[in-house]
Design a protein around this ligand. Structure first.
Ligand SMILES: Cc1cc2nc3c(=O)[nH]c(=O)nc-3n(C[C@H](O)[C@H](O)[C@H](O)COP(=O)(O)OP(=O)(O)OC[C@H]3O[C@@H](n4cnc5c(N)ncnc54)[C@H](O)[C@@H]3O)c2cc1C
Length: 384
C-alpha cells in the first residue's frame, strides 16, 4: 500500500472537493432544514462521475477504483453527510449489479445509475425484525410461471422515495431446509413495478436530507430476468456488498469529522474569552490535537481497507476495523466540536450540531459497532 496518491486518485479527490465546495456545501444547512437534496446536486454528482466510481467505464462508470471512491466520499461527506449517504448507496448498488448482474442487467442498469437518469439506487436488505440479523428476514419470492412474486416489507431503505431501482433480498428456499441465511436470493426491482409501494420517510435525528423509508411488496411480479446472481445465493452478495459499503461509511464518518475539526479550528482562533482566543487554552488545544490524531488514524485504516479491496485481496476484517474506528472516532470528534463552540454549538447557527446529529448513525447502519466487533473477533479467533 502506497501512502501517496496516484495522479488519477488526486484528480478524483480534487474533482469531488471542488464540486462539494461549489455545489453542495453552500446548500447543506438547507438540505438538513428542508429534508431534501436538490435534484441538480444528484445530477451534478453523475456529471462529475461520482455515482459509479468503481464501476467499469464500459458500463458508464468512472472505473477510478476503491481508493478514489473513498477519497471522494470523504469530500462529499465533509460538505453534506446526507448527500454522501445517497451517493454511497447508489455506488454500492451499481457495484453489486456490475459484479453479479447478467450482461443485460449490467448494460441496462449501470449507465442509468452512473448518469443519475435514475436519481438513486436503493439497497433493500433490512426489515423491521431483521437488521443486525438479516437471516431473520421474512420477505419471500415465489416462482410463478416465468415470473417471481415478491411479498413482504422492507425497512430503513435509503433513497426509497426517489430510487429508480431496488436491489431486494427475499427468501426463496424451502422453509423446512433453508433457514436463516440459507435460501435467500437477490432481485432487481424497478421503481413503479406494480405491487411495490414506498412508505413514508422516517423522521430522523440526522441525515435529514436523505430519505429513509419502508417498502412493501404485495403480489409484486418481476420477470425471471430480475434474479441477480444465483438462486438461493443472495446472502453472499449482501455480505460482500456490505463489506465494501463499510469502506464508504468509514469515509463518510471521516468526512463529517474533518468538517467538525476545520470549523472548530476557525472558531477557536476567533472566539475570545478571558482576553484570549479560546485556542490559546490548552484544554481546547488538546481537543483539537485529539481530533486531528483520530481523524488521521481513521483515514489510514480506511485507505488500507480500500487498497486491499482495490487490489483484490481479502478486506472484510479491515473494512470492519475501518468502519468501527471511524464511526466511533467521528462521534467523539463532533462532540468535541460542539464543546469548542460552547453555547453556539448547541444552536443551528453553526454546523456543529448538524455534524453531531449526522454522525450518530454511522455506528448503527451498514452493521452496528457491535456487529463490526463480532466480524473482527471471529476473524482473529478463527474457526472454533
Ligand atoms: C438512517 C438509516 C439508513 C439505513 N439505510 C439502510 C438501507 O439503505 N438498506 C438497508 O437494508 N438497511 C438500512 N438501514 C438499516 C440498518 O442497517 C440497521 O438499522 C442496522 O443494521 C441495525 O439493525 P436494527 O436497527 O434492526 O437493530 P438491531 O439489530 O435490533 O440491534 C439493536 C441493538 O442490539 C445490538 N445487537 C444485535 N445483535 C447483537 C449481537 N449478536 N451481539 C451484540 N449486540 C447485538 C445492536 O448492535 C444494536 O445496538 C438503515 C438504518 C438507518 C438508521
Amino acid at each position: 500500500m502506497h501512502l501517496s496518491l496516484t495522479e488519477a486518485q488526486t484528480l478524483v479527490q480534487k474533482t469531488a472537493r471542488d464540486f462539494a465546495a461549489r455545489a453542495i456545501a453552500p446548500k447543506a444547512a438547507d438540505i438538513d432544514k428542508h429534508g431534501k437534496i436538490p435534484v441538480e446536486i444528484i445530477k451534478g454528482l453523475g456529471e462529475v462521475g461520482l455515482l459509479a466510481v468503481n464501476v467499469p467505464a464500459g458500463l458508464g462508470g468512472s472505473e477510478a477504483g476503491v481508493v478514489s471512491y473513498a477519497l471522494a466520499m470523504q469530500e462529499v461527506a465533509k460538505a453534506c453527510a446526507s448527500t454522501a449517504v445517497t451517493m454511497a448507496v447508489t455506488n454500492m448498488v451499481g457495484e453489486v449489479i456490475a459484479k453479479f448482474g447478467t450482461d443485460a442487467q449490467k448494460t441496462y442498469a449501470c449507465p442509468k445509475l452512473a448518469s443519475a437518469e435514475w436519481l438513486a439506487g436503493a439497497f433493500a436488505l433490512s426489515e423491521t425484525g431483521a437488521g443486525s440479523d438479516p437471516g431473520a428476514m421474512r420477505t419471500t419470492a415465489k416462482k410463478d410461471g416465468d415470473a417471481f412474486v415478491l411479498d413482504g416489507e422492507k425497512m430503513w431503505i435509503t433513497s426509497g422515495p426517489y430510487a429508480g431501482v431496488f436491489v431486494v433480498w427475499a427468501r426463496t428456499g424451502d422453509p423446512a431446509t433453508h433457514k436463516g441465511t440459507r435460501g435467500i436470493s437477490c432481485f432487481l426491482v424497478e421503481a413503479g413495478t406494480p405491487g411495490l409501494r414506498v412508505g413514508k420517510s422516517e423522521d430522523k435525528m440526522g441525515l435529514r436530507g436523505s430519505s429513509t423509508s419502508s417498502l412493501s411488496f404485495e403480489n409484486c411480479r418481476v420477470p425471471e430476468s430480475a434474479l441477480l446472481g444465483e438462486w438461493n445465493g443472495g446472502f453472499k452478495i449482501a455480505m460482500m456488498a456490505l463489506d465494501g459499503g463499510r469502506i464508504g461509511i468509514s469515509s463518510q464518518a471521516i468526512g463529517i469529522a474533518r468538517a467538525a475539526l476545520e470549523e472548530s479550528i476557525v472558531y477557536a482562533k476567533d472566539r475570545k474569552a478571558f482576553d484570549h482566543a479560546i485556542g490559546d487554552f490548552q484544554a481546547v488545544q488538546w481537543k483539537l490535537a485529539d481530533m486531528k490524531r483520530d481523524i488521521d488514524a481513521a483515514h489510514l485504516l480506511s485507505m488500507r481497507a480500500a487498497w486491499l479491496k482495490e487490489n483484490g485481496k481479502p478486506f472484510s476484517r479491515e473494512a470492519s476495523m475501518a468502519k468501527l474506528f471511524a464511526s466511533e472516532m467521528c462521534n467523539r470528534v463532533v462532540n468535541h466540536g460542539v464543546q469548542i463552540h460552547g453555547g453556539y454549538g448547541y444552536t443551528r447557527e453553526f454546523a456543529a450540531e448538524r455534524h453531531l446529529r449526522d454522525a450518530r448513525v454511522t455506528t448503527i447502519y451498514e452493521g452496528t459497532s457491535e456487529v463490526q466487533r463480532i466480524v473482527i473477533a471471529r476473524n482473529v479467533l478463527g474457526p472454533s
